[in-house]
Design a protein around this ligand. Structure first.
Ligand SMILES: C[S@@+](CC[C@H](N)C(=O)[O-])C[C@H]1O[C@@H](n2cnc3c(N)ncnc32)[C@H](O)[C@@H]1O
Length: 297
């Protein structure tokens, strides 16, 4: 199916999973920060892909270290109807949830694995994906009245946008050899914690520590030297500002959705680093953006 044939009455593609650190709420603030023109698009920490679906680039290369997530993208791209048919048989039921959660993904077909992660994401507590050290999904059943386990139009819209898109299970370093001058890479890594207790980095079995942030900043600098356009999101901390010293740094205000403690759900400052002048380039090194058009999912 050619993406250019997308029916005009089709719903706009958007993330098919709710993901910790999802950027849906920040897109209005990000809009003036994207480059005006670029070649291929790379997103090596794709998560639920809010930025990818928003930009809908001509040629895109997505990747992530979360194998279940990557498989779900591939299944939506290549086997959407089989996924729809499988999900349509999944009831909203606590016992079914725990039976599915107990399954070892390695024993399932790729379609069953995708259905499993989507089902659990829609029905689990707070709708957040989290795994333990052994990589097992460990979130309990949620208390949603009528969760949208199967969103046929949403899956088909995502399928359409994903045609011709490569989705790879790999670490972020791979982008170093893949991206070339004129391409655009958007990095959205697990954030450096604001405090030692604020960490939420268990998307996959491995945590993302300070040494990973340092490795990432080195990749950023090497890609910059190659002439690749770069944009990166992270928490606003002295450590992160230091790592990206010399690049344009904008401050954005991020409303927080995923936090067990409702009193901490207000929001937090984040930074967006670019190696090109954004439309908001200001004489000062940081710039507070107004919060506009919050996307409440
Ligand atoms: C902040 S989330 C991305 C959120 C995404 N932008 C969205 O809108 O949903 C970070 C992602 O990085 C992935 N990740 C963690 N360590 C990684 C690594 N070393 N290489 C590539 N991806 C990694 C996680 O699995 C997670 O999906």
């Amino acid at each position: 199916m050619l993406r250019s044939l997308q029916a005009s009455n089709q719903v706009k593609a958007s993330p098919f999973l709710k993901w910790a650190g999802g950027k849906g709420r920040l897109l209005a603030q990000y809009q003036p920060l994207f480059p005006q023109q670029y070649g291929r698009y790379f997103e090596p920490f794709v998560g639920a892909g809010a930025v990818f679906f928003h930009l809908n680039p001509q040629e895109a290369h997505l990747s992530d270290v979360n194998g279940e997530l990557v498989n779900a993208y591939q299944v939506i791209r290549d086997h959407a109807e089989a996924l729809i048919s499988t999900l349509s048989g999944y009831p909203h039921d606590k016992d079914f949830f725990y039976a599915l959660r107990a399954q070892d993904p390695a024993t399932l077909t790729s379609v069953e694995r995708a259905a499993r992660i989507i089902y659990m994401n829609k029905t689990c507590f707070n709708g957040l994906y989290r795994v333990n050290r052994r990589g097992q999904f460990n979130v309990p059943f949620g208390d949603y009245k009528n969760p949208r386990i199967l969103d046929v139009a949403g899956i088909r819209a995502a399928q359409n946008v994903l045609q011709g898109v490569s989705v790879t299970h790999q670490g972020f370093d791979a982008v170093l050899t893949e991206a070339q001058s004129g391409d655009f890479v958007y990095f959205d890594p697990p954030y450096h914690p604001l405090s030692s207790t604020a960490s939420f980095t268990s998307y996959a079995a491995d945590d993302f520590g300070p040494e990973d942030q340092i490795r990432l900043a080195a990749v950023f600098r090497r890609l910059d030297a190659k002439g690749v356009k770069l944009m990166l999101s992270n928490s606003d901390t002295p450590f992160i500002r230091d790592l990206y010293d010399g690049f344009e740094i904008q401050q954005v205000w991020a409303p927080r959705a995923i936090n067990r403690d409702a009193s901490k759900r207000k929001g937090v400052n984040e930074v967006v680093v670019t190696n090109y002048a954004t439309q908001l380039a200001a004489p000062a090194s940081s710039h507070r953006l107004a919060v506009v058009g919050e996307d409440r999912r």
